[in-house]
Design a protein around this ligand. Sequence first.
Ligand code: PMT
Length: 401
Amino acid sequence: MLSNKNILLCVTGGIAVYKAVALVSKLTQAGAHVKVIMSESAMEFVQPLSFQVMSKNDVYFDTFDEKDSSVIAHIDLSDWADLIIVAPATANSIGKLANGIADNMITTTLLATTAPVWIAPAMNVHMYDHPAVIRNINRLSQDGYEFIEPSEGYLACGYVGKGRLEEPEKITALAAKFFQPKEQPLKGKKVIVSAGPTRERIDPVRYLTNFSSGKMGYAMAKAARDLGANVTLVSGPVDLPKPQGIHIVNVESAQEMLEAVLAEYETTDIAIKTAAVADYRPKNQQQQKMKKQAGDSVIELERTTDILKTLGEQKTHQLLIGFAAETNDVLHYAQGKLAKKNADYIVANDVSKTDRGFGADENTVTLVGHGDYVESFPSLNKDVLAKKLLEHILKREGLMK
Ligand code: PMT
């Protein structure tokens, strides 16, 4: 499965370095070309020769030891790689990368690459639970790095807990899955997805919003990307990692979301409106912080533009998919929105239960289309659901087998 794939393995210093030798062996047996960079500490545990023998390639460890004068090694390696795996990744290297420090061959190469980077931490269980390490991992996740979580078990330091480098067989299987040729029915198509809530400012320190986390919209964007689409994600303010391979436009208010979506609409093939857009905004946004007054206060609200409806009105060739969050008569309201907003599909979202819908990891939806098309889905994880929704729609549209 890894035939002719270029995998760069960055080995940092921990006792799990010996497992990285086995990882090179598994990756090369699966057909990958593997090159290895070692940190100085990694070389305290295992000699570079072991990696050289397993990879049949030179091992790199010194940024200034240029083996080939026609290239700059760390740039050449970062361009060569189809995938970079940091295994084992120490707390120290994770911390450096999270802070943009480039003080050795590994960190310099990682900053220079545009290839996907997977980080497989291995360390003492208390180190892994340390707030600084958690903070650095979260920051890197938000920057788009993927993590291969350590497994639980007996650790070299004597503790039993989470911190063991994931097994080489498992990492190799993940890499094989990553490179598996996927059906790409959306190749060459442009998809725009809106996600998350909007914020409608009352004054410089207060705003109106809702509980949308952006999870469903981000899942739709990733599912479209995985089907080969060129995806633009217009995102309200959310706290989610930036997905790789997706163009993100950050917006705050309904008006900004409208402008961002319209700017791309003409060249869009599929528009998916998952965002929970505010229906109202304060009529007068105060420039100064509002002062407390005696008695009650009233904020006058005005309607925002209905983005989905606007897209429905301006539709030429686009496939338009809306969402509808309802607490009752879900199907009835969704069918009404399908007609009123000139959408092709509405994903009717039952948000009557608190463990689903807004903010939750799961959603319960019914897909509604023209010609009395109704397809109900069980309660599903949003990533799984997003794939299923797109597959159903694309099959119905004759875009997928
Ligand atoms: O973000 P999560 O926490 O993962 O939660 C996901 C979700 C519950 C937000 C999502 O699944 C969902 O149901 N999104 C639509 C929520 C909603 O606001 O529905 P609505 O009935 O108010 O709007 C119907 C459709 O019109 C939506 O496609 C909405 O994007 C669109 N709309 C609404 C108002 C407006 N001013 N402009 C719009 O385009």
